[in-house]
Design a binder for this molecule. Structure first.
Ligand code: HEC
Length: 138
């Protein structure tokens, strides 16, 4: 009797340990168990801080860079009256989410010879927020 009881206890112990080994990592992986997540990147605030000094969002108002009003799905280098680099004019890009993401990640790699002086946004979440904001500009 005693032995059987002890065996049962060991078995239960093993089962509990197995369950813990499965469940604990699951808990650790749930977002709630992690430290507070960073605030979501704010595209319009990022734009104001990093782009607005060169780009207006008002149609026809070109500054150091072309107006970005209506940039979504526009052909690269196509704003009237803006003196683009030959590289941008020849790039044959169309500004959609994917091409904007690539250009903003590394302007000089995506359009070698571009005259946009911007080192690139290396943070993918910030880039995604910026691109989402650009896509809303009418
Ligand atoms: C120092 C000024 C400057 C800053 C800062 C800057 N740009 Fe530019 N941007 C330019 C210039 C100049 C061009 C034209 C590039 C060319 O002709 O090669 C350009 C071109 C572009 C284009 C292509 C537009 C078109 O009509 O084809 C996009 C899109 C763009 N910039 C987005 C951004 C975004 C988004 C930011 C901020 C994250 C930014 N730029 C920051 C100067 C700037």
């Amino acid at each position: 009797m005693k032995i059987a009881f002890a065996k049962g206890t060991v078995k239960l112990g093993v089962q509990l340990a197995t369950a813990a080994a499965v469940i604990l990592p699951m808990i650790a992986l749930t977002p709630l168990a992690r430290a507070a997540p960073p605030a979501p990147a704010n595209g319009s605030a990022l734009y104001k801080a990093q782009c607005a000094m060169c780009h207006s969002t008002i149609s026809g108002r070109n500054m150091l860079g072309p107006s970005l009003a209506g940039v979504a799905n526009r052909k690269a280098g196509s704003v009237a009256g803006f003196a683009y680099s030959p590289a941008m004019k020849k790039s044959k890009l169309k500004w959609d989410k994917a091409t904007l993401d690539r250009y903003l990640a590394d302007p000089r790699k995506t359009v070698p010879g571009t005259k946009m002086i911007y080192a690139g946004q290396k943070d993918a979440a910030k880039r995604a927020a910026l691109v989402a904001y650009l896509m809303t500009l009418k």
